[in-house]
Design a protein around this ligand. Structure first.
Ligand code: PSU
Ligand code: MN
Length: 315
């Protein structure tokens, strides 16, 4: 059967398998942020700290990547080290999954790639930094991240600090609305903008409490409304960057990308790397702080979802 065939590609780590057997909640974590989103060795250290945070709060972390022809759900310390330090790591979105598995290469999964693998493993909550989205200039370039289509079809809740302003945030939210993907916000009315707290756009629904978030998500899926839910939570105040500075650097990075003819899957990593360099590394501290905060919010959600009742219940 198709589902069993797909499952035959999964390898669960011993810790993830034990948590699953015991019915303990799991939290999926992505690997593109490790391989392509942060420099070594901060990437590996952050990945380990985020895993420890999830575990301390009572769930089991499952960092996801493709290694030696397997979808790995839960990585060892050595795996994290390899992903964070290897010279050649493929960036794996929906399109790239068959290539990396068939070839046996080393692949870091994007939001879209991680959602697919998490859903296969039966994991409902996935914590990341920022989503991909509709790029500025997309009306000409057609550059819209596959993350958005994945949110439209794959039933995983994705906890993030919004999207970076390298993207057109307004168009990203329009796209999600068109595809029926609810955008929840925790802690404020507006959608977050990764390095800064406020994108200037309202999220669809503000739900600060994990139990309320879980009830919303459970209700969506109970109704047979397949697809993801975005839960946005802003970077902690003390770690946020000045908005004008980020906007100026973003414009510069975008101009450089255009001048150098950067296209396709290289666009996002190029912009991330340039902004990191242009901020003299300060953006990295913001990035680390927001991922850790997302992990807290996501773990609370995973615990709440594990206890959230199905169905409308009886009066
Ligand atoms: N945005 C970030 N940090 C990231 C990414 C996006 O702020 O690390 C990564 C995620 O893995 C996301 C991917 O899924 O980039 C999107 O790439 P693309 O735009 O090529 O779809
Ligand atoms: Mn793209």
């Amino acid at each position: 059967m198709a589902a069993d065939l797909a499952h035959s590609w999964l390898t669960l780590s011993p810790a993830v398998a034990a948590a699953k057997a015991a019915g303990r909640p799991l939290v999926a974590l992505e690997s593109t942020i490790i391989a392509h989103g942060m420099p070594y060795p901060e990437n590996v250290r952050t990945a380990r700290e985020v895993e420890a945070l999830v575990r301390d709060l009572g769930a089991e972390p499952a960092t996801i990547a493709c290694m030696s022809g397997r979808i790995r759900i839960g990585l060892s310390d050595d795996d994290l080290e390899l992903l964070g330090s290897a010279a050649q790591v493929l960036k794996v979105s929906r399109r790239d999954l068959p290539a990396v598995l068939a070839s046996g290469g080393l692949g870091a999964t994007t939001v879209a790639g991680t959602m697919i693998c998490a859903a296969l493993a039966g994991i409902e909550v996935f914590v990341t930094g920022g989503l991909g989205g509709v790029h500025r200039g997309a009306p000409e370039t057609f550059d819209i991240s596959a993350d958005l289509q994945e949110l439209a079809r794959t039933s995983v809740a994705v906890v993030c600090a919004g999207v970076k302003s390298i993207l057109d945030i307004g168009l990203t939210l329009e796209y999600l609305e068109t595809h029926g993907v609810p955008v929840l916000s925790c802690g404020q009315d507006n959608f977050a903008a990764f390095y800064t707290r406020d994108s200037g756009y309202r999220a669809d629904f503000r739900l600060d409490d994990a139990a309320d978030q879980a009830r919303f998500i459970r209700t969506k899926w109970d109704l047979g409304l397949a697809g993801g839910v975005v839960l946005s939570t802003p970077v902690p105040e003390a770690a946020a960057m000045p908005g004008e500075e980020i906007e100026a650097l973003t414009r510069q990075a975008l101009a450089e990308a255009q001048a150098q003819g950067i296209t396709g899957k290289a666009v996002t990593p190029f912009l991330l790397a340039r902004i990191k360099a242009l901020t003299g590394g300060r953006s990295l501290a913001t990035n680390i702080a927001l991922v850790k905060h997302n992990a807290e919010v996501g773990t609370r959600l995973a615990l709440a979802l594990a206890g959230a009742a199905h169905g409308a219940g009886k009066e």
